[in-house]
Ligand binder design. Structure first.
Ligand code: ADP
Ligand code: MG
Length: 155
């Protein structure tokens, strides 16, 4: 299947990861789903910080500890950030996620998607962050062709 566009970009600092994500955030039109994959400390939250800034939101981004769903506003547009790390069973959060996914104007960002794998849309941008050394990360980006506008200027 050659429906996927994939590319790799190297980051040598948290600021660089943020600026890569910021470009993607600027390209968001609404309705996109972004899946983030990495080990703890890989840089997912750092990435979301840049994404949110590019989206035009000045809302504070932190790792959700007890909140599983955080929202960042830019005017009347919203990024919904789900982190399923602590959940063995998505429970009510699955309904919440499905509602957001059904909203064509909402942007959805998902970390630790394993427990809701069956609810994860195939049409999404996947960002897999691999640890290199203390300050370096490799970002592997993949998405269906129709989402390649997200990667313009990135790779
Ligand atoms: P996660 O959400 O995946 O657990 P965080 O974004 O919270 O990861 O943490 C990433 C940590 O790694 C931060 O302390 C950040 O400063 C550090 N870091 C070092 N180099 C990078 C890089 N190139 N990209 C992203 N984070 C980096
Ligand atoms: Mg995090």
């Amino acid at each position: 299947m050659n429906l996927l566009k994939t590319c790799t970009v190297t980051s040598n600092s948290p600021a660089k990861t943020e600026s890569i994500a910021e470009k993607i955030g600027q390209a968001l039109r609404g309705g996109e789903v972004v899946e983030l994959i990495s080990d703890l400390g890989g840089g997912k939250t750092t990435f979301v910080r840049g994404l949110t800034r590019g989206f035009g939101s000045s809302d504070h981004v932190s790792s959700p500890t007890f909140t599983i769903n955080q929202q960042y506003q830019s005017g009347n547009r919203t990024i919904h950030h789900f982190d399923f790390y602590r959940l063995a069973d998505p429970g009510l959060m699955e309904h919440e996620l499905r509602d957001v996914l059904a909203d064509p104007s909402a942007v959805t960002v998902i970390e630790w998607s394993k427990v809701i794998k069956y609810a994860l849309p195939r049409k999404r941008l996947t960002v897999a962050i691999e640890y290199g050394s203390e300050n370096t990360r490799t970002l592997r980006l993949s998405c269906p062709k129709f989402l390649t506008y997200l990667l313009e200027g990135v790779c």
